[in-house]
Design a protein around this ligand. Structure first.
Ligand SMILES: NC(=O)c1ccc[n+]([C@@H]2O[C@H](COP(=O)([O-])OP(=O)(O)OC[C@H]3O[C@@H](n4cnc5c(N)ncnc54)[C@H](O)[C@@H]3O)[C@@H](O)[C@H]2O)c1
Length: 330
């Protein structure tokens, strides 16, 4: 019998699938749930049959199903399930609120009732387009108008954070919040800068460069993020706190795409994707996105250590070895 028990929502996702591997390596008993079919979800190929892994397919919007799945004896609940990706929440604005806000709401009462420690995965989108980078965890949120769809994800995650802080005040909910900054690595859905470029480059297609490519991000390798998640979910000092989990090295989108092309051995220039033409006025980009990293360093003893070049190289190597990842996605 394992000593520790963890629940993971969104376990078949990119971050969830890396987290569950690490938890099993550390001898946790893991109860994972996701809306995805475990039998066909390649992200679970390496853990599906591992001892100590239990999978339940359910929709986090279904409060009764969530209650039935919940393990009161668990030491920690990692809440990762979410709609992720600008395209998805532009396509289905109601599902964004139902899944992110409603799904989180379904878990919070249970976590408080059973005194389970909660790790909530939030986002750097919380800070919006605040120009005063780097952003400390208590930096202001600067968002555009509600007519711009992009801000709905930031607002939905912020509502979750408000619910969590509120529940900690009135129900003594024990929690930590982590805000991820452009996580990338093996198995990521190929709709983000690095993963999409890897996917396209290895299929012999030119990668896309969004607009000028001069927007910056702090790309953070998934294994670094897993270290940060585990520290935030278990260390006593992290209770009741929120942490940025991001690399402090700022890169332009163009640099990231060039790094992928180098690792993949591609010389063709990227194609420019004009977001104004493709998405219209409901889209707005963020010019710079940089985490303040002092708090995570001080409290968690955590910092991202994988360089963009190393992380991209590992991602490209992994993709080369996994033909399912490079298959036509329609
Ligand atoms: N990857 C990043 O750069 C990044 C950045 C900021 C925040 N995050 C947050 O990290 C978490 C994990 O993100 P990810 O990159 O692994 O995304 P992902 O899309 O790979 O994983 C999300 C998982 O949630 C599941 N899910 C969606 N709707 C569901 C529902 N109704 N019921 C149950 N499960 C459902 C999906 O099937 C998927 O497996 C999310 O909460 C996301 O908001 C990620």
């Amino acid at each position: 019998m394992s000593a520790r028990v963890a629940m993971v929502t969104g376990v078949a996702g990119f971050v969830g699938s890396h987290l569950v591997e690490r938890l099993l390596d550390e001898d946790y008993e893991v109860h994972g749930m996701d809306i995805a079919d475990a039998a066909t979800s390649h992200n679970l190929d390496d853990v599906r049959d591992r001892e100590g892994f239990h999978y339940t397919r359910l929709d986090i919007r279904d409060a009764e199903a969530v209650r039935a799945w919940y393990r009161p004896e668990a030491d920690v609940l990692f809440h990762l399930a979410s709609i992720v990706g600008v395209r998805y929440y532009m396509e289905d604005p109601l599902a964004l609120v139902d899944i992110v806000v409603g799904g989180t709401r379904n878990l919070l009462g249970l976590a408080a009732e059973h005194d389970t420690r909660l790790l909530f995965s939030s986002t750097s989108e919380i800070y919006g387009k605040n120009p005063a980078v780097p952003w400390a965890e208590d930096a202001d949120r600067v968002l555009g108008p509600t007519s711009v769809d992009r801000w709905s994800y930031s607002s939905s995650k912020a509502v979750c954070e408000h619910m969590i802080y509120g529940m900690s005040r009135v129900k003594d909910l024990r929690f930590s919040i982590v805000r991820f900054f452009n996580v990338y690595g093996p198995r990521q859905n190929p709709i983000y800068v690095v993963s999409q470029s890897v996917y396209k480059a290895l299929r012999g297609e030119p990668p896309l460069l969004y607009d000028t490519g001069q927007q910056t991000r702090c790309f953070t390798y998934v294994e670094d993020v897993i270290d940060g998640i585990l520290a935030a979910a278990t260390q006593p000092d992290a209770l009741g706190e929120v942490f940025n989990l991001g690399n402090d090295r700022e890169s332009t989108m163009a640099e990231a795409v060039a790094e992928v092309c180098k690792a993949a051995g591609i010389e063709a220039p990227p194609l420019v994707f004009d977001t104004e033409k493709e998405y219209g006025a409901v889209y707005e980009d963020i010019p710079r996105r940089i985490p303040g990293v002092e708090k995570a360093r001080k409290v968690l003893g955590w910092q991202a250590t994988t360089s963009l070049a190393d992380g991209v190289r590992q991602t490209v190597e992994w993709a080369r070895e996994h033909p399912w990842y490079l298959a036509d996605r329609g």
